[in-house]
Design a protein around this ligand. Structure first.
Ligand SMILES: [Ca+2]
Length: 120
């Protein structure tokens, strides 16, 4: 039994670089397409919750279920937070994390200079 466990672990270790390489290829493609290599989106967390490569975020699932085509999933709101994936990517928020979304800043109200009187 120990020998079998050893073999399973050994095979897993041998395959790990191949799997990691495939995943990092997708992340590299993402970064190239959206110019995100210097942003917080340059992480496995983009498609994997907490970097757990055995699981997928809603964005990761959308990517997988749409032939790994970034353009196809841009208009989707994968995490259901009210913003499209493309809007989130452009705002540098995670398109697969509903608690991370673009912040809308209301325009500042103009204030009249002190020497100007404003009629109500
Ligand atoms: Ca989000």
């Amino acid at each position: 039994m120990r020998k079998l466990n050893f073999i399973v672990v050994l095979i897993g270790l041998l395959l790990m670089p191949v799997l990691a390489s495939a995943r990092s290829t997708y992340l590299s493609q993402f970064n190239t397409r959206y110019n995100t290599s210097a942003t917080k989106l340059n992480t496995c967390n983009l498609c994997h919750p907490n970097g757990n490569t055995g699981q997928f975020t809603s964005y990761g699932n959308a990517f997988r279920n749409n032939a790994r085509n970034f353009l196809t999933i841009e208009p989707l709101d994968s995490d259901g937070d009210g913003f499209s994936n493309l809007t989130e990517i452009n705002a540098r928020t995670f398109p697969g994390v509903a608690t991370d979304f673009p912040v809308i800043v209301p325009p500042k109200q103009l204030k009249a200079p002190d020497n100007v009187r404003v009629n109500p």
